[in-house]
Design a protein around this ligand. Structure first.
Ligand code: UD1
Ligand code: MG
Length: 456
């Protein structure tokens, strides 16, 4: 089969009114990635080298989005929504390019797995003209029923066109199918619209192919992988299934999740072995974690690279561009953005590090902050290797602290500090013996006088 070429035609012209959204349905995300992008990924994983997306509603927005997640995909506009068969024909130009297999898929079925698609393609390799992906939903109502005879698929009957007997069939059309490209256009061009909905049904090619004496079969996919999304409740259901699959995959690949159901992955999260993720951790897009890291509870991480044996959190926020090198530590209530925390450096408590480098083994005290923004532009803070930044210091960027530099607590540092220097950026402390007691007595008698005056 590996030699056979494949084009995936993904139907996504529908409006998706039940989403009640200004955004086209198939651009709603699962694990941070538009659902139609999941479909493209599955098609590619099943060997599709060409992708043709049939769009209609929100075409401009769709084209822009597709450019991002599938730059090589071609888009075709279906001007009028006349049915799934009509929609596939919108991609006629791509279909006639000489592929071996055509995989027809729906843009709103994001959990479809490559295995189900490959199984259908395998049937084509074995000589079938059409291989339809079927599934057994808890209730078949609303789906096209697969009518089989002697191991062959003879028809797909839409709910509205079914007889009472046919309605009892539990094996349903998931909507996706593999079609031998050499037959595809001929079969599709024969599809008419004489049915209950007056639409051109893609599913009619089953009977048309049968009448031509071609072999048509059905394969079976899991209910989950055929789940179609029509509203936001189903979107959340699909998200939950996706997360469940991903958590399991993470654990089986050597990551410890103490409470897996509370950890949320992004479509592209990468985590190395022996990393421990505590409960309630959120991974946004673009996170890469090497092995042996500890991600403590309630951390929010996106666009960050975390080296081996790092510790993050609890309650840490790593934003895009956070780059933690091996054994670095970012502790509770710390935020790191666009900054490198070099090997073994510690940013442990209540700190903001943005647009900065924290040198190897440097220590950033509690409450220290890089003041990187003046309301208009961002500036860089460079903190040298082994530097010590005392608690509650403000480093006003652009500024640099040299290697081994030492910043006194509570400093406001506006000028760069050379290697190994000690910098104070605060008023000198003045201590007056006995003055505390005197002050207390003065305040107490003033308060008593006020109370007495009020009582009189
Ligand atoms: C379709 C199948 C049905 C199957 C079900 C699975 C047909 C005729 N019926 O029915 O057998 O059980 O899916 O969910 O294929 N679309 C277009 N242009 C159109 C029409 C549809 O792009 O003119 C797209 C939609 O955006 C959607 C997909 O095709 O992504 C399926 O269309 P939909 O109207 O939902 O088909 P169903 O009636 O659910
Ligand atoms: Mg549907």
């Amino acid at each position: 089969m590996s030699q056979r070429t494949c084009l995936s035609v993904i139907l996504a012209a529908g409006e998706g009114t039940r989403m009640k959204s200004a955004t086209p349905k198939v651009l709603h995300a699962i694990a941070g990635l538009p659902m139609v992008a999941h479909v493209v990924k599955a098609a590619e994983a099943a060997g599709a080298t060409g992708v043709a997306l049939v769009i209609g509603h929100g075409a401009d927005e769709m084209r822009k989005a597709v450019q991002k997640f599938a730059p090589k995909a071609e888009t075709f506009v279906q001007e009028k929504r006349l049915g799934t068969g009509h929609a596939v024909l919108a991609a006629r130009e791509a279909i006639s390019k000489g592929y071996d297999d055509i995989l027809v898929m729906f843009g709103d079925t994001p959990l479809i797995d490559a295995q189900a698609l490959s199984a259908a393609r395998q049937k084509l390799a074995e000589g079938a003209a059409v291989a339809v992906i079927g599934f057994r939903p808890p209730s078949p109502i609303g789906y096209g029923r697969l009518i089989e005879k002697d191991g062959h698929l003879i028809a797909i009957r839409e709910e509205k066109d079914c007889s009472e007997e046919e309605k009892k069939i539990g094996f349903c059309n998931a909507g996706m199918m593999a079609v031998a490209a050499k037959h595809a256009l001929r079969l599709l061009d024969k599809v008419g619209n004489k049915n209950a909905k007056g639409e051109f049904y893609l599913t009619d090619i089953v009977e048309i192919a049968g009448a031509e004496g071609l072999d048509v079969v059905a394969t079976e996919a899991s209910f989950e992988s055929a789940l179609g999304i029509n509203n936001r409740a189903e979107l959340a259901e699909a998200e939950a299934i996706w997360q469940g699959r991903r958590r399991r995959e993470a654990m089986l690949s050597g990551v410890t999740l103490i409470a897996p159901e509370t950890v949320y992955f992004s479509h592209d999260t990468e985590i190395g072995t022996d990393t421990i993720v505590e409960p309630n951790v959120w991974f946004g897009p673009g996170v890469k974690i090497a092995s042996g890291a500890k991600i403590h509870a309630f951390s929010h991480i996106e666009g960050a690279t975390i080296g081996s044996n790092c510790e993050v959190g609890p309650f840490a926020r790593l934003r895009p561009g956070a780059d933690l090198r091996n054994k670095a530590k970012v502790g509770n209530f710390c935020e790191v953005k666009q900054a490198t925390i070099e090997e073994g450096a510690k940013v442990n408590h209540l700190t903001y590090i943005g647009d900065a480098r924290v040198g190897a083994a440097a220590n950033i005290g509690a409450g220290a902050i890089t003041c990187n923004y003046d309301g208009y532009s961002k500036f860089f803070t460079d903190i040298g290797e082994g530097a010590f930044v005392g608690s509650n210091s403000s480093l006003v960027a652009p500024v640099s602290i040299g290697k081994g530099g030492y910043i006194a607590s509570g400093s406001v540092i506006t000028e760069s500090v050379p290697d190994d220097a000690l910098a104070f950026g605060r008023a000198r402390q003045k201590t007056i013996p006995g003055k505390g007691k005197e002050l207390r007595e003065r305040f107490a008698s003033a308060a008593a006088a006020k109370k007495k005056a009020a009582a009189e």
